[in-house]
Design a protein around this ligand. Sequence first.
Ligand SMILES: *Cc1c(COP(=O)(O)O)cnc(C)c1O
Length: 429
Amino acid sequence: MEFKNALDFARSLDANDSLSSYRERFFMPTFLGKDVRYFTGNSLGLQTRSTASYVQQELDDWAKYGVEGHFHAKRPWYSYHENLTDKLAKIVGATAKEVVVTHSLTTNLHLLMVSFYRPQGKRTKILCEAKAFPSDQYALESQVKFHGLDLSENLVEVFPREGEHTIREEDILAKISEIGDELALVMIGGVNYYSGQLFDIEKITKAAHEVGAIAGWDLAHAAGNVILKLHDWQVDFAAWCSYKYLNSSPGGVSGMFVHEKHANNKDLPRFAGWWGHDKSTRFQMQPGFQPMEGAEGWQLSNAPVMGMAVHLASLDVFDEVGMEKLRAKSDLLTAYLEFIIDGLSEKNKANCTLEIITPRDQKHRGAQLSMLIHGGGKPIFDLLSEKGVIADWREPNVIRLAPVPLYNSFEDVYYFGKHLDEAIGEFYK
Ligand SMILES: *Cc1c(COP(=O)(O)O)cnc(C)c1O
């Protein structure tokens, strides 16, 4: 498509967008009483207008039934998480047995690594991407140390090449075969939070398996953003949070995936709790842990129902739209943002170049562009914020932008460009 940097053009794209009405289903934040252009759905997704009614239902049932709500609430709390399973399974390309909503993301990563990172003999190493999200770095570090292993030898990071910002997949694949039978686990963020790079999950998983390693993925920036087929791709395990693209409230509950091939492996060591115990005998309260089949067997605690009610409100919207349509709009919206940024860079290049460090190839990115500002930097970001653009600043000089297909419009992207152009102009005047 031939794009134009013009308001009427952006509006015509919105008019032709079959998902444009979904914007009305969300609360758009304001800042200091002014409307904003919200581009941080990759940090905290927005609230659907239906969310309150889902939470109110549980508050009402709690008031009405007290503890009996576990069985008599409209959606009984005892099995509340089951309301989420099918809808979430569709989003990540899993069977129902492979998915469960429980705990928070970092907790789930640890629980899964307890089962799937089992260093033995010389097979002790974990491979991850350089500049992984800090929580993942700490989780991986502490897992290695937990097994009494030396960190510098056993945590192997793959870096971008000199002068590059994203990691070449060929370098990951080469590293996997180089480490070979010393590799226990590949654990990578499916979409890197900083660069927005989307990795070929299927290919990397296959390469890990070829050397006898396990493949686990942190999908915090991938779930609800890009098409995932975790089952078909033979991913061993994965976890993600629900509050980024999945719009399910700050600190909201996390999702966990364990491939069916591990569903009945009762020999996998795990940290157990009563909610992972076979539900038919859970309330006999007997010693001797009998895990449930599939991902549910990794649950520790009973469902945090309020957080799950918020999650259900959002998953109902995803279920209505479907990931295919979302992804199609996402590609177009992100491409429009790319076009706008490139145009501005060309126009302002005497003072300030804007370098998109996210892959140019749509197959290797989702709804995010990370933009390096050469010249200007933070003051330009601050001017942009004053004009009502909510974006994310990362030192030393990166602005992360997430044009989210459910609620961002082409008009948002047009105005982002206009405000950025003004901000650059004001800074260099
Ligand atoms: C957002 C994010 C987290 C956050 O973890 P919590 O346990 O939810 O605080 C962890 N890892 C990645 C890759 C993330 O993007």
